[in-house]
Design a protein around this ligand. Structure first.
Ligand code: ATP
Ligand code: MG
Length: 555
């Protein structure tokens, strides 16, 4: 957040807590945050909010921020997710403290703490099925039932936990539970599971373990081990806080992290749970995690979003304690704003129709100098070839236009941007009634000559036929048809069948031959585009990031 001398900075509620903690010299004035993803999928824009918050606070107050993978669920986690998460965080412009940390690095310590709890009579091995255990948990308004195994001796518990650990117990046959309070109104305190048997290979610890800690038994302790001072998480973890505190009360003697909950980011017209995004990928409903329609960071990157635009978006939505839904248009506004600043302007015709200037000399080519970016004069200019035969956008011509149509029509004049004013004299159609060629005359004095100041109502972009680069353009629409697809029984039924439109053989100005994957442009009058990794030197592929104006804005 920026502050200027006469603009008093307004703090969000977490910054207010941090400034108060600093004033009171809590944690000896140290600040240590973390971003704790589970490596079970690619990051999405909701994670970006959490990344910007945690790494952003560390930057703002001169603290540290760890990247820690909470990898307690070996069946869902993979190294490729670890790598993608690292890439996304660095792309956003953040760098973690020291090295990436992993909850799995603490498996020995967590195991030792579990043994300690057993020895102190605070944990027991339960042999009931998952179903039985959850049935006994009951409902918040009535106490649950105690397990028949709750009062085993310490020795028996230690022996059984050892058997679980060495692999003598099959999956699902036993769990280790904390002995807390089966009557607590907080369901998480009703003897939660600490460890389960799982004969699964872990992406980092391999076959070493046959038991794995539950997320709840790992997360708070991992924060504690790393000396995290402020453990920021989304609101659904508020109800877990008493349990995290209980664990730390049993085992910790040093300073404990302070957990603060904030509202998660919800965006309309998309889904944001990793489980659902994974389903879209696995069922080939999208082309992959980085499909430009996905709300993933990698999808947004491929779509043409910049790190700055995502960070600005995170700033704009702010940090609050109440859940709300943010309009997708705000994300698009943020990228449009940044691309307007940085993207060079170019000409591209998506639906070309040929225009012949009948009185322009055959074979003549003029190099028209055009400014690259009016927002940044320092970006200079480029030369665009102009000739007798050019392409214009099909919908910039009408055979029989209404009065308010200010583009080209028989007998009407338009300016070809940067070049001449032309007047339509005739046109040609094929047997289906489609316009195949448009004929115009030009006035040679309207570029830099005596008539250059002449005003016409319409200005069109154009591309010289002989010099055009042939390209594929991918146009995107929202992935879902309704605002809240996740609230629907089967969100997949709400997928927008027209979310991707591929346009072949678009005609682009020749400077785009040099464009590299990831380069961003404003195609004048059409929107912001970037070069897709599917491009080849022979046939470039462009994604439209956003149209120029918010076509979704309420009219
Ligand atoms: P999802 O619910 O989308 O599957 P998750 O919460 O299971 O995601 P984690 O890998 O556990 O994913 O998330 C890492 C961090 O990102 C957590 O601290 C979590 O609170 C935060 N986070 C996840 N989703 C959002 C969101 N929509 N808005 C803000 N923060 C989020
Ligand atoms: Mg989670």
């Amino acid at each position: 957040m920026e502050s200027t001398e006469n603009n008093v900075k307004s703090l969000n509620f977490i910054e207010a807590i941090i400034e108060e903690d600093l004033k009171q010299k809590k944690h000896e004035g140290k600040l240590h945050f973390r971003f704790p993803p589970e490596p079970n999928g690619f990051l999405h824009i909701g994670h970006a909010k959490s990344i910007c918050l945690n790494f952003g606070l560390a930057e703002e107050y001169g603290g540290l921020c760890n990247l820690r993978f909470d990898d307690t669920n070996p069946t869902k986690e993979e190294t490729k997710y670890v790598e993608s998460i690292k890439e996304d965080i660095q792309w956003l412009g953040f760098q973690w403290n020291d090295k990436p940390y992993f909850a799995s690095d603490y498996f020995d310590q967590l195991y030792a703490w579990a043994v300690q709890l057993i020895q102190e009579g605070k944990a027991y091995v339960d042999e009931q099925s998952q179903e039985e255990i959850s049935k006994q948990r009951g409902v918040p308004t009535r106490p649950g039932l105690e397990s028949p195994y709750r009062n085993r001796s310490v020795e028996e518990n230690l022996a059984l936990f050892e058997k679980m650990k060495v692999g003598e117990i099959p999956d699902g046959a036993m769990v280790l539970r904390a002995k807390i309070n089966m009557a607590s109104p907080n369901m998480h305190m009703r003897d939660p599971i600490l460890y389960r048997v799982l004969h699964a290979e872990h992406h980092r610890t391999g076959k070493k373990w046959n038991i794995y800690p539950m997320y709840d038994f790992a997360h708070g302790q991992s924060d504690y081990i790393e000396g995290i001072t402020h453990s920021l998480c989304t609101l659904e973890f508020e109800i877990h806080r008493p349990l995290y505190d209980w664990f730390l009360d049993q085992i910790a003697d040093g300073p404990k992290p302070r957990q603060i909950e904030f509202a998660r980011l919800n965006l309309n017209y998309t889904v944001m749970s990793k489980r659902k995004l994974l389903e879209l990928v696995n069922k080939n409903l999208v082309s992959g995690w980085d499909d430009p329609r996905m709300p993933t960071i990698s999808g947004l990157r491929r779509r043409g979003y910049t790190p700055e635009s995502i960070r600005n978006f995170a700033d704009r939505i702010g940090i609050a304690k109440r859940d709300n839904v943010i309009d997708f248009g705000l994300l698009e506004f943020s990228v449009r704003e940044h691309l307007n600043e940085i993207a060079p302007r170019v000409f591209g015709v998506l639906d070309p129709v040929k225009l012949v200037i009948t009185n322009y000399p055959e074979g003549k080519v003029e190099e028209i100098e055009l400014i690259n970016n009016p927002e940044r004069p320092e970006d200079g200019s480029r030369k665009v070839p102009f000739s007798k035969e050019i392409f214009i956008e099909r919908n910039d011509f009408m055979e029989d236009p209404p009065k308010k149509f200010f583009r080209l029509a028989p007998g009407r004049e338009v300016r070809l941007k940067g070049a001449y004013i032309v007047e339509c004299t005739d046109f040609k159609k094929d047997e289906h009634g489609n316009i195949t060629e448009i004929y115009c005359t030009y006035d040679p004095e309207t570029r830099s000559g005596s008539n250059s100041e002449k005003k016409v109502k319409g200005t069109l972009h154009w591309v010289s036929e002989a010099h055009a680069v042939d390209a594929e353009v991918r146009l995107y629409d929202r992935l879902f048809l309704e605002e809240d697809p996740a609230g629907h029984e089967d969100y997949k039924e709400l997928l927008n069948p027209d979310s991707l439109k591929i346009v072949q053989h678009c005609k682009l100005e020749p400077s785009l031959k040099e464009a590299r994957v990831g380069d961003k442009f404003q195609f004048q009058r059409l929107g912001y585009f970037c070069v897709d990794p599917d491009s080849t030197p022979e046939y470039p592929v462009f994604n439209r990031t956003v149209p120029l104006r918010d076509s979704w804005a309420k009219k």
